[in-house]
Design a protein around this ligand. Structure first.
Ligand code: GRF
Length: 192
């Protein structure tokens, strides 16, 4: 059996991490078993750490505040990922800007709560909601040295309707929780 290992990096709530653990971890797709082999979080108080524990998984905490520069922090991330036999790293709500120290060395995808290239950055949900757009959406893209600008792998849109801000946000997360696991499976079990 072919086994593919993924690393998940997160910073906060970890609802997407949970979706991956429920829908992907330890399961076989087209003869490929996908394992979550490494969890990294930059925030020792993140709720996601507790979520992972419920699945019997420990998280490696690499607190960015312990490093003098972004590059040094990224070096620590790369070191940890390279220690494991990781086929793909997944940024699932990982709220750090990465330097080429990371992006040149790690094959990674990122989840973003808007239809890229619109609304890059940390305020995508608010900015897309407050825009004139008749649709919102979610993107998954390859991580490159430019923030939220790597090649787009998957996107899903939804109509604005009369959604409140809370409903808009809930809809985004609902889509994320399906699109991210599906994309990981597609990338790793492709053609097998
Ligand atoms: C998601 O909306 C993701 O698109 C954004 O951060 C959020 C993370 O949510 N980058 P969670 O921690 O997975 O619940």
């Amino acid at each position: 059996m072919v086994v593919k290992n993924i690393a998940i990096l997160f910073s906060g709530s970890g609802s997407n991490l949970q979706a991956i653990l429920e829908q992907v971890h330890g399961k076989v797709f087209k003869g490929v078993r996908i394992n979550v082999a490494l969890l990294i979080c930059n925030n020792p108080d993140a709720k996601g750490i507790k979520r992972a524990k419920k699945f019997g998984l420990d998280t490696v905490v690499i607190d960015h505040r312990d490093y003098p520069t972004r590059e040094k922090f990224d070096q620590a991330l790369v070191y940890e990922i390279k220690k494991h036999d990781i086929d793909l790293s997944v940024l699932a709500g990982f709220m750090r800007i990465l330097t080429p120290v990371f992006t040149d060395n790690i094959k990674a995808i990122n989840l973003h709560p808007s239809l890229l290239p619109l609304f890059k950055g940390a305020n995508a949900i608010d900015e897309s909601y407050n825009s004139d757009m008749k649709v919102g959406g979610v993107s998954i893209h390859w991580v490159s040295s430019e923030l939220d600008a790597g090649e787009i792998i998957a996107q899903k849109s939804f109509p604005r309707k009369n959604r409140s801000k809370e409903q808009w946000e809930r809809k985004i997360h609902k889509i994320e929780h399906k699109l991210l696991p599906k994309t990981i499976i597609k990338l790793l079990a492709k053609g097998k």
